[in-house]
Design a protein around this ligand. Sequence first.
Ligand SMILES: Nc1ncnc2c1ncn2[C@@H]1O[C@H](COP(=O)(O)OP(=O)(O)O)[C@@H](O)[C@H]1O
Ligand SMILES: [Mg+2]
Length: 258
Amino acid sequence: MSLLTTSGLTKRFGGLVAVNSVDLRIEENETLGVIGPNGSGKTTLFNLLSGFFPPTAGRIFFQGRDVTHLSPEERVKMGMVRTFQLVSVFNSLKVWENLAPCVAWKSGMYHSLWRFMTTPAASTWADSLEALKLVGLEGQAEAIAGELSYGDRRLLEIALALSLRPKLLLLDEPFSGLSDVEIAKVLALLKSLKGKITIGIIEHKISMIVDFVDRLCVMNEGRIICEGNPSEVLTNPLVNECYWGKQETLERAGVSGV
Ligand SMILES: Nc1ncnc2c1ncn2[C@@H]1O[C@H](COP(=O)(O)OP(=O)(O)O)[C@@H](O)[C@H]1O
Ligand SMILES: [Mg+2]
């Protein structure tokens, strides 16, 4: 049984069909790449999977359970965790304080944010530090998050996601806005997770993930137009067409670098 499946998943915004009857499957411990030109519906698909938008039609199953109408929080409890295209951390908090509510929530200690922030349990500090170690940020635990580089804030965001012990980690363009050095750091971290948890990764630049993913899924105009192993997908004429049809996008996608 696949870890996640969707059937006929659809999202309309007025007259626009952002996600159009998508049947997706993600196998346990697989790394699935989702690619496609700008505006093809990748982020909307992840918003549907993570419960941020209700679908217009269709169903989502996680571990065989229908989660279509569960809240994002209920999905996180089940192990479905996502990150965002723009890094989402609490800039005014210390690095370790960013982790603390997640760690406490996961251990069932989280009742009141205020009480928690004023008197965090020692175990929360230790667990937060453990999560930071996973991404190599333990030396910056006391720094203010907003003062970290963008790449380190991306690592912090991934640490936040990991502290929730995901079975399925959905990453929306984790390399966007990062320098080459920062990309190498994030990629090394993701490689260390590969095969241990299930990963769904959206990436605009195909060349970035082609060697990393087990399978690629290509979206265009809200539909999955092709899926399979990366080399098959990249030689599929439909994929070339959807990128070649949008010359500007193609260059940004780094297709020539593949
Ligand atoms: N909240 C929204 N309201 C209205 N239209 C949206 C919303 N989110 C996305 N869209 C539209 O849906 C389409 C797909 O967008 P998106 O999923 O962000 O694409 P991608 O992530 O592949 O670039 C685009 O035309 C976009 O303008
Ligand atoms: Mg997007």
